[in-house]
Design a protein around this ligand. Structure first.
Ligand code: MG
Length: 163
């Protein structure tokens, strides 16, 4: 299942490395010597979780069905236009951000506004691809991975990563 999810993200233009970059930018200033590999590992641990995999599956499927116009109106237009008052994409992805507690929620809020790195690219509507859910999913994964690093470094213990 994890490989399938990674493949799914890749097909939608998202590499785990790019998510790890965001995590490093966020957590680097607070964690001396934090490496890119540590961030990438944290991203991978987040994706191990079934609840995270389910959110990714659901969000990516909705983006794809919207591209193929296989959703009924008015929802089709709402998702296609990424309407500002449609908050279901954020609500869904928040489910990822919360798995390591409130630090993830705070980071998610920040990323949702700042849209760094790959998130900014996904947000630009230059291609035919719909990324209404994907940008929030990336924010959710990055926020959870950042929170995981914060907790792990603070307590010195690795949390139970496999759900
Ligand atoms: Mg969105």
């Amino acid at each position: 299942m994890k490989e399938k999810i990674i493949d799914m993200l890749k097909k939608r233009g998202v590499n785990l490395e790019e998510i790890a970059e965001i995590v490093l930018d966020m957590q680097g200033p607070y964690n001396e010597g934090l490496s890119f590999d540590e961030c990438l590992w944290s991203v991978q641990m987040v994706i191990e979780k079934r609840e995270v995999q389910h959110v990714i599956l659901t969000g990516v499927t909705l983006d794809k069905l919207t591209e193929e116009k296989k959703i009924e109106e008015p929802l089709l237009s709402i998702i296609a236009n990424d309407e500002p008052l449609y908050g279901v994409d954020e609500t869904l992805a928040m489910g990822i951000a919360t798995i390591y507690g409130t630090i993830g929620v705070t980071s998610f809020g920040y990323l949702d506004k700042a849209k760094p790195g790959i998130m900014g690219r996904l947000d630009k509507k230059e291609s035919q691809l719909i990324h209404t859910f994907m940008d929030d999913i990336v924010a959710g994964i990055a926020a959870a991975a950042a929170a995981r690093i914060a907790h792990t470094r603070e307590t010195g213990e690795i949390e139970d990563d496999i759900s």
